[in-house]
Design a protein around this ligand. Structure first.
Ligand SMILES: [Zn+2]
Length: 348
């Protein structure tokens, strides 16, 4: 068994978004599932520290940080068409970024082998100077920058398996060869970025990998992308730390997208990430929650991933519902296209 940290703080529930799909009940359902499977008791609880304004400012502009703080303290509302803010959202967002920072410290310090940061608001769409897609501060970007600054980590792999492209994260490191960003996402949905031809710029050329997938691709497509692109690239890149933007909205029962993964599919891609970390980064993985909006599903999905990271051998089940449609031959086309592009930079 491995030690997996669970980063959580009740303030994450106080980012009050009302009836928005990204609401506090998501975390309650996840914690309940972790309890039901007996997984939470095997994990190591980690109390997060709030990120300081200076830490958030490693990525975000000071005037944007101030804008979020002021908007929340004045009572909140809609900061952009998708992103709702309440009075406690600024504190929750500082604690979400701080949650990833604390997880990075715990993993690098050796207190745990890996960690899952059960945070909200999510982060991967947040840009340096604006909120986007339910995200205020980019938790994963801030965690990565902290790892480089405070721990002198030189090579970080970010795996983003949320169904949406993590445009904020991609942008943050687009010209930076120290951070390899790998994203699988459904093509043609929000935020409409993440084309396979977006490969990074300047010194970062080749360090931004997008595998946009067709609707209904299913588990097998993700598995092919992870084994035929991510794994060989990661073995060449040799990350010292692996970060995961762990969204679960690619599940077939998710209301916001249609990639049609199953719980078993999440376990399989988590196994590949774990294998990469075991071989290259001393097993060090920090995952942070991003999307995932079916309350009956996300707890099982997080449990499946933590079960893999911890080598717990718990049987995590599919919550049921309509069976997904499995891979059709056409689903390989975008993956083959991404392979062709990545062959310019990596041995595949
Ligand atoms: Zn998403």
């Amino acid at each position: 068994m491995k030690k997996v940290g669970l980063v959580y703080d009740p303030i994450y529930l106080e980012h009050d978004t009302g009836s928005h799909p990204e609401n506090f009940r998501r975390l309650e359902y996840i914690l309940e599932a972790l309890d039901d499977y007996g997984i939470r008791e095997k994990m190591v609880p980690i109390a997060p520290q709030k990120a300081s304004v200076e830490q958030v400012a490693m990525f975000h502009g000071p005037s944007y940080i101030e804008k979020v703080a002021r908007f929340a303290h004045e009572g909140g509302g809609s900061l952009d068409p998708d992103t709702v803010v309440s009075r406690k959202s600024y504190e929750a967002a500082l604690m979400a970024a701080g949650g990833v920072i604390t997880a990075v410290d715990s993993v690098i310090g050796g207190a745990v082998d890996s960690a899952f940061a059960l945070v909200r608001p999510p982060g991967h769409h947040a840009k340096a100077d604006r909120s986007m897609g339910f995200c205020l501060f980019n938790n994963i970007v801030i965690g990565a920058m902290h790892a480089m600054k405070a721990h002198a980590i030189e090579r970080i792999l970010i795996v983003d398996w949320d169904v949406h492209h993590g445009n904020g994260t991609a942008e943050a490191f687009y010209d930076n060869p120290s951070v390899l960003y790998f994203s699988t996402h459904q093509q043609g949905i929000f935020p409409n970025t993440g084309w396979a031809s977006e490969t990074g710029s300047g010194a970062g050329e080749g360090y931004n990998i997008n595998v946009p997938l067709n609707r209904w691709t299913g588990d097998s497509g993700l598995y092919i992308a992870f084994t035929q692109i991510l794994e060989p690239v990661a073995r060449q890149f040799k990350p010292q730390l692996v970060l995961v933007s762990a969204g679960f909205d690619a599940h077939y029962a998710d209301p916001l997208a249609g990639l049609e993964m199953t719980i078993r599919g999440y376990a399989r891609i988590a196994e590949i990430v774990k294998r990469i970390a075991d071989l290259e980064s001393g097993g060090r993985i920090v995952a942070a929650l991003e999307g995932g909006y079916n309350l009956g599903v996300i707890g099982h999905a997080v449990s499946a991933v933590v079960n893999v990271f911890g080598e717990y051998d718990v049987e995590v089940t599919e919550p049921g519902g309509t069976e997904p449609r499995f891979e059709k031959p056409v689903m390989r086309i975008p993956i083959d296209e991404a392979v062709k592009i990545q062959k310019r930079y990596w041995k595949l």
